[in-house]
Design a protein around this ligand. Structure first.
Ligand code: NAP
Ligand code: ZN
Ligand code: ZN
Length: 350
């Protein structure tokens, strides 16, 4: 069967309406009618070939919420009508050490991404959530427990939420900890909300002075214009943990200088070209670390969704017309999103 979607045929082509194949559900599969899909900066990096290795046609989208419309005979955890989510992964080997520990995103065979990963389904690589329907193995489907009226704003939790929740939890963000969030975009605004909900003291770093008030409203105790040296120096040596979500190369020393002894700067932003090499001395004097983190495992993603439902946390979103996605990407490149674009996938047929 086919479903309506939007995607690109080449890196330098705009996204256009496509009809794409979806497999008939097998015994372990959950078929989902997609209601909403968030627009992640990774979608832009991928569809425009910025990370290399993009397979075309490319249908991005890995912040998916929708409703179950069919389940295979071996599926017991989901039934028709359930509200569900799908994030960045739709498969992994399930046998390696990482998979056995619930860290499928670090699968030694490589996780199967929701888009742009090899699959036996046509056309040979996975096609993502800018579409009306998807068929996903039961082990990679999440339960969504937020009210139905919030579903569009829940979609971004499936990537922006888990990508910030996982490192915040791993590095112990909570009461008594001073946590910085760099870049107040899709990921960063979720990072501020989640670090605040976890009980940390939160400082937002932004290049956009216009986001100052909004960042406070998201839960930041302080907001720093990262282009202002005096504002940056005022926080020198004071952070336990800094999460950097910026999608462009920049000087990391500006942030390692703000860490306490034994503090960690964790990179989740994945720019298409490298950051300038960080200063070794800036790390050695203070036993500081620069780390990275990739989304989160399936169990942790469910934990994050339930945490957000309990604390009434959703993303701040702007609904866009899917057929105007290229214009939305241009705004994203300018940092002009408060804070996540979301596509109404029901409109894709029109
Ligand atoms: P986004 O919404 O575009 O937000 C990025 C933010 O970074 C911008 O809003 C802006 O914030 C700041 N920024 C952008 N360009 C900048 C520049 N030249 N200098 C300084 N700051 C700049 O993107 P996103 O969807 O949050 O994604 C962020 C990055 O994370 C992307 O590279 C994406 O691919 C990556 N990502 C990684 C993972 C993972 O698992 N590690 C998962 C999802 C996404 P201000 O206006 O506040 O400065
Ligand atoms: Zn993403
Ligand atoms: Zn594995």
């Amino acid at each position: 069967m086919t479903t309506h979607a939007i995607g690109a045929h080449a890196a330098d082509q705009p996204l256009v309406a496509l009809d794409i194949p979806r497999r008939t559900p097998g015994p372990r599969d959950v078929q989902i009618e997609i209601a909403y899909c968030g627009v992640c900066h990774s979608d832009l990096h991928t569809v425009r070939g910025e990370w290399s290795g993009t397979l075309y046609p490319c249908v991005p989208g890995h912040e998916i919420v929708g409703h179950v419309s069919a389940v295979g005979g071996d599926v017991s955890g989901f039934k028709v009508g359930d509200t569900v989510g799908v994030g960045c992964m739709v498969g992994s080997c399930r046998q390696c050490a990482s998979c056995r520990e619930g860290l499928e995103q670090y699968c030694s065979s490589g996780m199967v991404g929701t888009y742009n990963s090899p699959t036996t389904d046509a056309p040979g690589h996975t096609l993502g959530g800018y579409s009306q329907r998807i068929v996903v193995d039961r082990d990679f489907v999440l339960h969504v427990r937020h009210p139905q009226a919030q579903l569009a704003a829940v979609a971004p939790l499936l990537c922006a939420g888990i990508t910030t929740y996982s490192p915040l939890r791993h590095w112990g963000a909570g009461p008594g900890k001073k946590v910085g969030i760099v870049g107040i975009g899709g990921l960063g605004h979720m990072g501020v909300k989640l670090a605040h909900a976890l009980g940390a003291q939160v400082v937002a770093f932004t290049t956009s002075e216009s986001k100052r008030e909004a960042a406070h409203a998201l839960g930041a105790d302080a907001v720093v214009n990262s282009r202002d040296l005096a504002q940056m120096r005022a926080h020198a040596g004071s952070f336990d943990f800094i999460l950097d979500t910026v999608a462009a190369p920049h000087v990391l020393d500006a942030y390692t200088a703000l860490l306490k002894r034994d503090g960690t700067l964790c990179l989740v932003g994945a720019p298409a070209s490298p950051h300038p090499s960080p200063s070794v001395m800036g790390l050695v004097f203070g036993r500081k670390a620069i780390a990275g983190s990739l989304i989160g495992g399936i169990a942790e993603t469910q934990e994050m969704l339930d945490f957000c439902a309990h604390h009434r946390i959703t993303a701040d979103i702007e609904m866009i017309d899917a057929h105007a996605i290229d214009a939305a990407y241009e705004r994203m490149l300018k940092g002009d999103v408060k804070y996540r674009f979301v596509i109404d996938c029901a409109m894709l047929g029109g």
